[in-house]
Design a protein around this ligand. Structure first.
Ligand code: CMX
Length: 389
């Protein structure tokens, strides 16, 4: 059978309550996650794109081709024009309670920005969010970490360069942090359409909620420790290991696994090989912080944790994922508080989710957009009954 009646997959009772695992629920134009060779943006392997201008990668996800030099210059100028955040959003961020997790602040910031800045046009708002996220995230960092008043935005520096400028990280080497954040941004922008945060953002937008509210909801998904917050957990896991002796590292991993705890930074729901984004970051670490003891420990884990996980019959993928070393690099480049790492992930990921929302709302089905999400469910233990017999 071919065409739209072709059977794509079969659902059995065993699939119920497995979180839609593996069901193709949508078509996606921005990226693909292949179990063997990992993430591709519009057909390009992610490792090939790692050193691209972040703005060129955003352009690729929004317009589905790499920009020419003229297109890139025009796109950068457009982002500069869109970058100014309403000062009322920044002052609302400054009043948030320090008890909140940085991701809770980010969800709030997106909703404040929506209240004050949205146009209601998905493409306009999508590009505005991309341009405004650096200022929002820098404001979150500075206010919550107590680093002082916001630093004036200079969007003409470039998306990531301006972010590092506005962060004003105490004691950090700005050039080193910029080098890291440019790669980090490109690697974390998009990861297919079925991951939790992207799926949630697109589902919320399918009810015609605006771009900012949809991205706020998607960031609530990213906040979870099994999803975006794993990068924070990974750094804490490496610190807990506490040794750089390879045999002791291996023993630590074995003990953690036997105790039923996660080996953070390893394994994946889709990938069945080392995540190429991990490979890029190990190489970047060798360039930026080869002497850092935590980076050296992460390099030992790359070999020894894989060895231990391979011995577990239930683990389908024993290899490093994107989070295996990302926190180590952020820490080595001056961003020492792991609680903020998911916000940095969100800063980048909002670009890919926004591009996918634009496609689903304005491009799919000949421009009509994907219908409102409405999967079915199966009622259980609900026999028909009445209040009065
Ligand atoms: N540490 C401990 N146990 C692991 C494991 C790991 N790194 N990877 C898999 N397992 C376990 C699973 O918990 C599951 O156990 P149960 O059968 O008892 O439930 C079993 O092995 C089979 O799991 P799987 O099919 O191989 O992997 P899942 O799709 O269920 O889980 C993931 C994927 C990422 C949640 C899991 O590998 C994990 O918990 N890793 C550690 C956390 C982490 O690094 N997360 C970052 C993910 C990065 C990303 O999503 O890009």
């Amino acid at each position: 059978m071919s065409g739209e009646n072709k059977v794509l997959f079969e659902i059995t009772e065993a699939h119920l309550d497995t979180g839609l695992r593996g069901f193709p629920v949508s078509t996606v134009f921005t990226s693909e996650v292949n179990p063997q060779d990992g993430l591709h943006y519009v057909g390009y392997p992610i490792a090939d794109l790692a050193d691209l201008d972040p703005e060129a990668a955003v352009f690729l996800l929004f317009y589905k081709h790499l920009p020419s030099a003229d297109e890139l210059a025009a796109f950068k100028a457009e982002l500069v024009k869109r970058a100014k955040v309403d000062p009322r959003v920044i002052s609302l961020i400054g009043g948030l309670p320090k008890e909140g997790h940085p991701m809770e602040w980010m969800i709030g910031a997106l909703n404040f920005a929506g209240m004050l800045c949205k146009t209601g046009n998905y493409r306009e708002d999508g590009l505005n969010v991309v341009a405004q996220m650096p200022e929002l995230v820098a404001a979150i960092y500075r206010a919550r970490a107590g680093w002082g008043a916001p630093i004036e935005s200079k969007p003409e520096l470039g998306l990531v360069e301006n972010f590092v400028h506005m962060m004003g990280v105490p004691g950090a080497d700005a050039a080193k942090l910029t080098r890291l954040m440019r790669v980090f941004y490109v690697l974390h922008m998009d990861h297919g359409g079925g991951n939790l945060s992207t799926f949630v953002g697109k589902a919320v937008a399918s009810g015609k909620s605006d771009m900012y509210a949809s991205l706020g909801a998607s960031m609530a998904g990213l906040y979870g420790p099994l999803h975006g917050r794993a990068n924070q957990e990974c750094l804490e896991f490496l610190e807990k290991c506490g040794t750089n002796d390879a045999d002791a590292v291996e023993a630590f991993v074995r003990t953690e696994l036997e105790a039923g705890r996660s080996i953070f930074g390893f394994g994946h729901a889709v990938l069945r090989a080392e995540d190429p984004r991990a490979g890029v970051q190990y190489n970047l670490g060798a360039e930026l912080c080869a002497d850092d003891p935590l980076f050296q420990r992460a390099a030992i884990m790359r070999e020894r944790a894989v060895k231990v996980l391979k011995s577990s019959p239930k683990v389908k993928n024993p290899y490093p994922n994107v989070d295996a070393v990302s926190g180590t690099l952020l820490r080595a480049c001056g961003l020492t508080d792991a609680e903020y790492y998911t916000v940095l992930f969100g800063l980048a990921r909002c670009s890919g989710i926004a591009a996918q929302i634009v496609d689903e709302r304005l491009v799919h089905r000949g421009g009509k957009g994907v219908a409102i999400y409405r999967p079915d469910d199966i009622p259980v233990n609900q026999p028909r009954r009445r209040l009065q017999a």
